[in-house]
Design a protein around this ligand. Structure first.
Ligand code: SAH
Ligand code: MG
Length: 196
């Protein structure tokens, strides 16, 4: 069992420091998914401070997570949190840009929750690491409701480009014949892509 005090401290830290961790409903869905599908090996792109990796571990004592983070401060905080909960044996933390890391292992589940403009790059890079019956889950498909808006309603040019990228990623998933993708209105929007 996870120490709930520590979990709440991690959530408080995220709030105070504006770390965009997954919402409760997103985490709840992941945990249910892991249990139902007997997921044992997870690859996560975007650790932040370790919250989602830690919560996924609570689903199954046999589960292991390899997770990648490029921001040093967040990586160090994640390391601290994982130690506090004695999950060092189960969570393998990689401090690097996910697009630079070489990974040869296979996973039942890949969670993409990093730079939203790079979703397709992450997907195409890591799909080779998925078992035959594996699934890729992408977070923030709604991007705080902005994806439903018309692009000309969004004032900031950078934000507009980012939303455009997410829309392109949705098209990429919808037209990808190798996967069947379901879009769920859970948390900030989840895409569940199962290999067919
Ligand atoms: N999954 C976490 C939240 C991740 S927030 C949770 O729910 O608890 C997204 C993180 O992805 C940020 O910390 C950011 O630094 C990291 N990130 C963005 N692009 C990345 C990349 N190319 N490689 C590794 N990490 C990246
Ligand atoms: Mg997210």
């Amino acid at each position: 069992m996870l120490d709930l005090n520590v979990i709440n401290q991690i959530k408080d830290y995220a709030k105070v420091n504006n770390v965009p961790i997954m919402t409760d409903s997103g985490i709840y869905y992941l945990i249910k998914y892991i249990t139902k599908n007997k997921v044992k090996r997870v690859l996560e792109i975007g650790t932040a401070i370790g919250y989602s990796a830690i919560m996924m571990c609570s689903a199954d004592p046999e589960l292991t997570v390899t997770t990648i983070e490029r921001d040093e401060k967040r990586y160090l905080e994640a390391l601290k949190n994982i130690k506090k909960l004695k999950l060092e044996e189960r969570i393998h933390l990689i401090y690097n840009d996910a697009l630079e890391v070489k990974i040869d292992d296979f996973y039942d589940l890949i969670v993409i929750d990093a730079a939203k403009a790079q979703n397709q790059k992450f997907f195409e890079k890591f799909e080779k690491n998925l078992f035959e019956d594996g699934t890729i889950i992408t977070d923030n498909m709604k991007f705080h409701g902005l994806v439903e808006k018309n692009l000309d309603e969004i004032e900031s040019r950078n934000l507009r480009q980012l939303v455009h990228k997410i829309k392109d990623y949705i098209t990429f998933l919808k037209t990808n014949k190798k996967y069947e993708t379901e879009f769920l209105d859970i948390g900030d929007g989840l895409a569940i892509s199962k290999k067919v």
